[in-house]
Design a protein around this ligand. Structure first.
Ligand code: SAH
Ligand code: SF4
Length: 359
């Protein structure tokens, strides 16, 4: 018997093609899309505007699934973290960070990561595989299920209002699936998270950045972490492949296509490595040279067992932030959320994997 086809993660065209195979007209695909992504149903029998005959055909050949929740932790500040498992047993983390009247869901794009940044716990786990578009969308669906935000509210006051692609993996190493997934997540007739509320973070895979601008137009965050090639290559070996000049040129190009938006530069504060005022001055010069509409996000480093770095002191981070602001750039310090449950990204997965091995 043939395996059933997963509907979650099919693009609109792919869904229409499946319906055409069943001899159905395109408007049926539109109806099903609405059930999947506006109503959040997981059972064909709930699709009451389809004939019984079609519903039976669908359940014979197709499935609507969700990643399995292996563990969920809720921090004292309400940050929520899930460990999710896919059909082949591979696992990733997802985090929900609530604010007063909105919140961001942080999703993963790969199991592990091939970029190998020296400060990153996920990077130290190497790459296992890419996630499918369905597995990327599936994470957001789990969050919607958990917060009972079905059907998708028409206005934008929902709690799960934003999506950040900042979980495990390098999204530009899995770009086709990320594009399909983010198109589904931003589709106005479904999950309806507007592109202004989606941020994709990359370590700077320069040749792929223009495609993100052209095909998605979401907000861009670039993990910079150092103001010059020498230091950046030490912290992020990928810089040898795509040096700062190429990354900054790709940022310029991005802003030509996706106008009137800042690019956020993420900057991890590593004690005695990249946190001097001289580094701040170099950063300002770099942004001015390339005329980038930029803001910084200073990230407190989250240490993990075996890593070589220490977090910068609060004073040093504040002085660095003030220096960037004097240069004309916003540079808020990211508030560390969910400290009691999170630790560095990738740690819940490692901890559970270890525990499960002992069983
Ligand atoms: N691969 C992409 C997106 C995932 S990483 C990227 O690198 O941009 C998302 C963010 O988490 C990056 O800015 C990364 O620098 C940061 N990060 C990684 N390890 C961290 C740690 N130990 N403490 C704090 N932030 C970390
Ligand atoms: Fe990969 Fe991002 Fe971690 Fe670097 S920081 S290893 S790119 S997940």
């Amino acid at each position: 018997m043939n395996e059933k086809i997963e509907l979650i993660g099919l693009s609109r065209d792919e869904l229409a093609a499946e319906l055409a195979k069943l001899g159905e007209k395109p408007f049926r695909a539109k109806q099903i899309w609405h059930w999947l992504y506006n109503q959040g149903v997981t059972d064909f029998s709930a699709m009451t505007n389809l004939s019984k005959d079609l519903r039976e055909k669908l359940s014979a050949g197709y499935v609507i699934s969700r990643p399995k929740v292996v563990a969920r932790q809720i921090s004292s500040d309400k940050t929520s973290k899930w460990l999710l498992e896919f059909a082949d047993g591979q696992r990733v983390e997802m985090v929900y960070i609530p604010e007063e009247d909105r919140g961001a869901v942080c999703i993963s794009t790969q199991v592990g990561c091939a970029v190998g940044c020296t400060f990153c716990h996920t990077g130290s786990q190497r790459i296992t595989r890419n996630l499918t578009a369905g597995e990327i969308v599936g994470q957001f669906l789990v969050a919607r299920d958990a917060y009972n935000e079905w059907p998708t509210p028409a206005n934008e006051t929902r709690f799960l209002s934003n999506v950040v692609v900042m979980g495990m993996g390098e999204p530009l190493h899995n770009l086709d699936n990320v594009i399909t997934a983010l198109k589904i997540i931003s589709d106005g007739e479904g999950l309806a998270v507007s592109k202004r509320r989606i941020t994709l973070s990359t370590s700077g895979i320069a040749p792929k950045m223009t495609r993100v601008a052209q095909e998605l137009g979401v907000k861009l965050a670039v993990s910079l972490h150092a103001p010059n090639n020498e230091l950046r290559s030490k912290i992020m070996p990928i810089n040898n492949k795509y040096p700062l000049e190429e990354v900054m040129q790709a940022c310029q190009e991005y802003q030509k296509i996706v106008t009137s938006r800042f690019i956020t530069f993420e900057y991890l504060m590593l004690d005695g490595i990249n946190d001097s005022l001289d580094c701040a001055h170099q950063l300002i010069a770099l942004m001015k040279k390339y005329k980038i509409g930029a803001k910084f996000n200073l990230i407190p480093f989250n240490p993990w067992p075996g890593c070589a770095y220490k977090p910068s002191s609060r004073n040093r981070v504040m002085a660095f932030s003030r220096e960037l602001e004097k240069g004309g750039y916003a540079a808020p310090v990211r508030v560390a959320r969910g400290q009691d449950i999170l630790a560095a990204c990738g740690q819940l997965k490692s901890k559970k994997d270890e525990e499960d091995k002992k069983k």
